[in-house]
Design a protein around this ligand. Structure first.
Ligand SMILES: CC(C)(COP(=O)(O)OP(=O)(O)OC[C@H]1O[C@@H](n2cnc3c(N)ncnc32)[C@H](O)[C@@H]1OP(=O)(O)O)[C@@H](O)C(=O)NCCC(=O)NCCS
Length: 397
């Protein structure tokens, strides 16, 4: 085998679509191929080639990720990772990840992240679980808001078409920094998503948009008339609420949708307050919680210097034999290379979880991903790194 790794070019595009489609079991229609091409910068993509055959693909999107405190940092969103069955387990992925990481580093992006098809792959490449995906199923007849939380009529309206686009984009602009782990969308990104959601998805309808002054919910409906006992399935596509009023009003409207048997969502953060608003909190059934975004900290000084911290403190962290003093508080922080004795020793994959702040360092210690100098250092680290709301990302990449 003489496999070379090189930068992708436009001439490779048709073959890339074929290899990716074959790997992930998806057909690219001309529309879907055009949409994919418009979102990709091929100079960020690396191909493994054996002779004239593409046997591996890996690339990244240029993203901005929100970090604790409403701050943000540039991030390489790793994507399209695949190796042909003919060449698997021969180190092709490892070579491509090195090449993609070199590219992300050369662009000065301090964080890389990805969604994993299988959770066992990426820790060895320095990625740690940073967000979670929670799937909920709500049986519509069991779920209603307590009367005191119901909105006044008119708080929520439907919007569609060109009227909806700028409103949704403006709400996303206001919202994306409110939740650590979410990513920025420019108008082009928003339009691309809107167009994709304007088409049906399998048996499901195109997306509908419920809009509030401070949020929106989009959903698709899969009809099921069930011989005269309608049990449609409502699937939440995206849920954005800047205020608790918007959250309650949008959920009230979703839960009041006629003919619906069940409401499904993969977009609900693990700490979502919906159960507290209902007459029966048990109506929100969590059917799965799994890993979401995996994050790799490529530049500790820049990444940890970009976020804020919940308490004012200075904690020395050792990762991969290098030590960093992370100092900060609610207004900001800095991270500098030091030689002093560490309060915490972590493996590089755990850095991603610490950066996003969704996992308490004491939980990482219990999971053998972190060692603390003593109990007091661990208690201080819990206060310092952990965010008040769970990191979450609704954007797939
Ligand atoms: C997953 C995939 C990219 C691995 O590619 P590969 O070239 O066979 O991987 P490599 O040979 O470079 O393996 C690198 C390391 O990862 C490990 N590894 C590879 N695939 C793994 C998997 N599915 N689960 C756990 N570990 C895996 C290897 O054992 C190896 O470990 P080592 O360094 O300790 O020896 C490839 O099998 C594939 O394309 N699968 C289908 C598409 C997919 O799932 N892509 C990932 C999308 S997020």
């Amino acid at each position: 085998m003489d496999v070379q790794v090189r930068v992708a070019t436009d001439d490779d595009w048709a073959a890339m679509l074929h290899v990716d489609g074959r790997t992930f079991g998806q057909e690219f229609t001309p529309e879907r191929a055009a949409e994919a091409r418009s979102s990709i910068d091929l100079s960020r993509f690396r191909l493994a080639v054996d002779g004239s055959a593409i046997v591996g693909i890996a690339g990244s999107y240029a993203l901005d990720v929100s970090l604790p405190g409403g701050t943000a940092a540039p991030m390489g969103g790793v994507t399209w990772v695949c190796v042909a069955g003919t060449h698997r387990r021969q180190g092709v992925l490892s070579r491509m990840m090195d090449a993609v990481h070199d590219d992300i580093d050369s662009r000065g992006e301090p964080v890389a992240s990805l969604y994993a098809s299988q959770a066992g792959i990426y820790e060895r490449f320095g990625y740690g679980m940073a967000t979670q995906i929670r799937e909920v199923r709500i049986i519509a007849r069991d779920a209603e808001l307590q009367p005191r939380f119901r909105p006044t009529t008119g708080a929520v309206r439907f919007l569609s078409g060109d009227e909806a686009r700028p409103v949704l984009h403006a709400l996303w602009e206001r919202w994306w920094r409110c939740r650590t782990g979410e990513v920025h969308r420019d108008q082009v990104d928003s339009n691309r998503l809107f167009d994709r959601r304007s088409a049906g998805d399998g048996a499901a309808t195109s997306a509908y948009y419920l809009v509030h002054a401070d949020g929106y919910a989009s959903y698709r409906v899969t009809p099921n008339w069930a011989n005269g006992f309608p049990q449609h399935e409502l699937s939440v596509v995206e849920f954005v609420a800047l205020t608790s009023d918007a959250h309650a009003a949008l959920w009230h409207t979703l839960l009041s949708t006629d003919l619906v048997g069940s409401i499904n969502s993969r977009q609900m953060p693990v700490d979502d307050p919906l159960p507290y608003l209902l007459t029966d909190p048990r109506a929100v059934r969590t059917v799965n919680v799994t890993d979401g975004v995996w994050a790799s900290v490529r530049d500790v000084a820049v990444a940890f210097g970009a976020r804020t911290y919940a308490s004012a403190d200075r904690i020395v962290l050792e990762a991969d034999g290098r030590r960093w003093a992370i100092e900060g508080g609610p207004d900001g922080g800095s991270a500098k290379a030091v030689r002093s004795r560490p309060d915490l020793v972590v493996d590089s994959a755990a850095l991603g979880a610490l950066l996003y702040g969704g996992v308490r360092p004491s939980a990482l210690a219990a999971g053998r991903r972190l060692a603390a100098r003593n109990d007091d250092a661990l208690r201080r680290a819990d206060l310092f790194f952990t965010t008040s709301s769970a990191p979450h990302c609704q954007t797939m990449y």
